[in-house]
Ligand binder design. Sequence first.
Ligand code: BYC
Ligand code: FE
Ligand code: FE
Length: 471
Amino acid sequence: MAIDYNERIPNNVDLGENRRLQRALEAWQPGYLEWWNEMGPSGFMDVDVYLRTAISVDKDGWANFGHVKMPDYRWGIFLAEPEADRRIAFGAHKGEAAWQDVPGEHRATLRRLIVTQGDTEPASVEQQRLLGLTCPSLYDLRNLFQVNIEEGRHLWAMAYLLHAHFGRDGREEADGLLERRSGDVDKPRILGAFNEETPDWLSFFMFTFFTDRDGKYQLASLAESAFDPLARTCRFMLTEEAHHMFVGDTGVQRIVQRTCELMNEHDSDDIARHGGVNLDTLQRYLNFHFAVSIDLFGAEFSTNGANYFSAGIKGRYKEEKIDDDHVLTDALYGVAKLDHGAIIESEEAALTVINERLRDDYVEDCERGIARWNRTIRENGIDVTLSLPHRAFQRAIGQFRNTHFTPEGAIISAEEWDARQHEWLPSEAERAHAISLMQRVVEPGKFAGWIAPPRRGINGQPLDFDYVHLS
Ligand code: BYC
Ligand code: FE
Ligand code: FE
């Protein structure tokens, strides 16, 4: 289905047929642009960036690249193709027709989830707004901006659902998405990870690896939703998300590669003074970003989660490929449970721990990425491995939040935590060092000394391509 770019708001939802909705969104658009100009990438609004724009929502629709000024990017509303006679795949309504409108009894819940999802998108743009000033290359600068404009589009996706399906309070919530600010004491973003800072590119790559990956899993579970417009919106968003994780995955891999080269060149594991990032620093950043990101799956034991599933609002990852009854009334699922000061394996009602199941799928996906980074370390002849910390480590949400754990999952006292946390989390000095490495490199084809070049450019372009016209 082609996207209509002749409209003020590009879309594939026949927006022109619904004048009221079109007017409401056109009224929201200036506020969005104002937000983008205020909170989007600082200092780069009038330069041409080599961006990818969807011209249709099928696979080939993505092959459209060209230099665009970011404020001129055509943000719009794109839903994946409808599935004829789509049926609800899970929960109490399994087998019934998917909902084209919001059922009254689920209105508040759906609105809340859509607002929560929508809130993360602009938050990440706000967190990343200064990174362009210290980019390690034009290639990376372009990738940052591609991620940023697509997160802006994800905000459009949720604002559309709020306007189209939730009446006046939906419009108010859509305005609220433009009013909260990441890290603001009075009006912060909703979820914890989105109020953290992303002060340097090491954090950015960890964020796109770990936190955008939470996005992938949350979107995938909402892509199963009985509420069909939400499902279709999330399906298309997932095609954009893949690039964000590519940026994080390859970004960290390139740092690992460069670190290993410096270690071999200087025959030392402390290469911080040679302009690199030490492997133990990478491990501490990894620990931090993993812990903050797994908090985003919510509490292990969650009646909310159980209700979302039973109501058909939020499914499991790849629900339809799972071989069970998709209702789970009596099903059990094994989880790590904190029981009288010890972590035990416990079989629990699958519905109650449905958040934990999604977290398991996510952790497995993270493991695959870490294995790739470890392969790079091995290929450089170095005997170190990076690993994910235990899921109980440094949690702020769920059963582990009030207890301290080592990255191996051992329970420790508050005193031991205070004395040893610098071993496991980046220290102030280490963060300052990472920031000090961030010197802007913008000569085409050149890369900062702490990161290796990528294997290939974007869309078949050479590495020294002028991805962002700075002059
Ligand atoms: N921070 O029953 P639970 C992305 C609260 S990322 C603060 O588990 P719930 C992206 C919770 O509100 C994907 N509070 O809660 C990535 C609840 O409070 P109440 C974003 C939290 O709500 C990178 C209480 O704790 N999408 O797209 O059922 C760049 C009990 O917990 C947090 C979504 O999140 C937290 N981390 O489940 C750009 C999908 N966690 O009600 C974009 C939509 C929990 O007791 N959201 N609480 O006062 C959801 O599905 C759910 O809201 C959650 C939490 C899974 C997040
Ligand atoms: Fe997103
Ligand atoms: Fe993303």
